[in-house]
Write a protein that binds this ligand. Structure first.
Ligand code: ATP
Length: 480
């Protein structure tokens, strides 16, 4: 393994070393470089105190000065430089009461959560691996530094972080660490929603979102999303399904991640049955979707059937029915995401996707135009991804026909878009000002007439002409 530090990182380390201090790249960047992954960011740990770090570099930001962290700006990139520290006692499984600076790198590494996150590197000393991080990286294991129970006792979020890293790295959680999570899971309730949200988000978009099963088995999900524990126990009693509701949701989230990463196996390759033709089709819809919206899609998959246990009815033949689950699910998803402190855009988009996930569109232009008008053109591409992932996580014996229909719907949708058919009020050849100019009174009447005009052009897009629509509007007012 050859570690090559980026130029900026070497510059910061050299500068601190030249002044007589120690400095190392540390944590995630060392772990990821050893694994041959590109680090998201580079953190530096040093024996220098924050005031000295600040005096050493031209531009710095006081990111978390009370915890010893200063961000050093080199051109437009920020590097977090943190003084070696020992975390004081944790009052409430949330925050250390205090931190204490130290001159010992070993003590700084000892406070870190997992062995694979507790390695440091610089060009002078090479790799510092005091807790067997390299061996655990080789074995693919997430293991606490020190005694797992006391480490989780200090900061309960580490339990969910263990699951998140096992998802990101495709690692197993070491036996004692896992056992400690099962014993201490309840402590997660003391952790803020924001910190839980961050870890959940990173887990869901990771290469192994299915590791959420570990969070369920150990009792972690019960703390922050008990609704999910309910779906994990809910059978479907329906020929379209071979999994419990929860297992179906987990698989559908994995399939969604697979859509965005068709070059590598997700969840250990269990979705390799997805036809290449489907991966090609969905690529049309994934191409413009950023990371934030990918997370919204994964959240939608996790929650799309969340209301099934609430509405399930078993008929006289023993078949399960779930009438109204998208609408009840919309409300439940909203409550869950708000509780977890997700931002408004995420809450509102996931709500809409859950509400419409089961909307069956007939593959013909008029029906597709009406569906877009109802659902909203801004999320149609996301809804198609949700529908593909949903189908592919159902009974494999039933999905060929459903996929065929969805393929046809998406083809018609592409034509509708290519033809620039009017799909919302904004697309109409007339607007409110035109209506007022032709004699319609200001007020709610304008909205009613525009709705009526949209209704006309959704059926017959060729009627989207100003003169024609004004004529309709005129007839409409004369009738009143
Ligand atoms: P990524 O940047 O991909 O999320 P990372 O390992 O850099 O991965 P961060 O959450 O940024 O993760 O944390 C940086 C480092 O700080 C970790 O590698 C770990 O050494 C330490 N760390 C972070 N959070 C904790 C915690 N709650 N308890 C102990 N150590 C932690």
């Amino acid at each position: 393994m050859e570690m090559i530090l980026p130029e900026d990182v070497s510059y910061i380390i050299n500068k601190l070393e030249d002044a007589g201090y120690e400095a190392y790249a540390v944590g995630g960047c060392v772990r990821d470089t050893i694994l041959g992954r590109k680090p998201l960011d580079w953190d530096i740990t040093t024996s220098a105190q924050p005031s000295f770090i600040k005096s050493c570099f031209k531009k710095t930001i006081d990111t978390g000065i009370q915890h010893g962290t200063v961000t050093v700006m080199i051109k437009d990139t920020g590097y977090e430089v943190t003084t070696y520290r020992i975390d004081g006692e944790y009052e409430d499984s949330r925050h250390p009461k205090s931190v204490e600076f130290t001159s010992s790198l070993r003590l700084d590494l000892e406070r870190r959560d997992f062995t694979v996150n507790a390695m440091a590197f610089n060009n002078k000393t090479g790799l510092v691996d005091e807790f067997g991080g390299i061996q655990d990286l080789k074995d693919g294991i997430i293991r606490c530094v020190g005694d797992a129970k006391s480490r989780f006792g200090e900061d309960a979020l580490r339990m969910l972080r263990a699951v998140r890293f096992s998802g990101q790295l495709g690692f197993d959680i070491e036996k004692k660490t896992l056992q400690a999570i099962s014993e201490m899971a309840g402590n997660l309730k003391a952790v803020s929603a924001e910190r839980i949200m961050t870890e959940l988000g990173k887990l869901l978009v990771s290469d192994n979102p299915g590791k959420i099963r570990e969070a369920h088995k150990t009792g972690l999900t019960k703390v922050f999303i008990p609704e999910f524990d309910k779906v994990m126990e809910a059978g479907q009693h329906n020929p379209h399904h071979i999994y419990t509701v929860g297992e179906h949701c987990i698989r559908s989230a994995g399939i969604m991640v697979q859509f965005f990463n068709s070059d590598r196996p997700i969840d250990g390759g269990i979705y390799n049955y997805i036809p290449t033709s489907v991966l090609k089709k969905v690529a049309d819809f994934t191409s413009d979707i950023d990371r934030k919206h990918q997370l919204m899609l994964c959240l939608s998959m996790l929650l799309h059937d969340i209301a099934k246990p609430e509405v399930m009815v078993i008929d006289e033949n023993g078949t399960g029915h779930f009438h109204g689950h998208p609408q009840v699910g919309e409300k439940m998803a909203s409550a869950i995401l708000k509780r977890l402190s997700f931002d408004n855009e995420t809450v509102s988009t996931v709500k809409r996707l859950v509400k419409h996930h089961d909307y069956r569109i007939v593959p013909e232009p008029r029906a597709v135009r009406r569906a877009v008008a109802k659902i909203g053109s801004d999320i149609m591409h996301m809804l198609f991804l949700v529908q593909y992932a949903d189908i592919l996580a159902q009974n494999p014996n039933t999905f060929a026909q459903k996929l065929g229909t969805l393929d046809s719907v998406t083809e018609v949708y592409k034509e509708v878009i290519a033809n620039k058919a009017p799909l919302c009020i904004k697309d109409l050849a007339v607007n409110g000002t035109d209506l007022i100019a032709s004699g319609v009174q200001k007020g709610p009447e304008i909205g009613r007439i525009l709705d009526k005009l949209l209704d006309i052009v959704l059926d017959e897009p060729e009627k989207n002409e100003k003169a024609l629509l004004l004529n309709y509007a005129y007839k409409e007012i004369s009738r009143r």
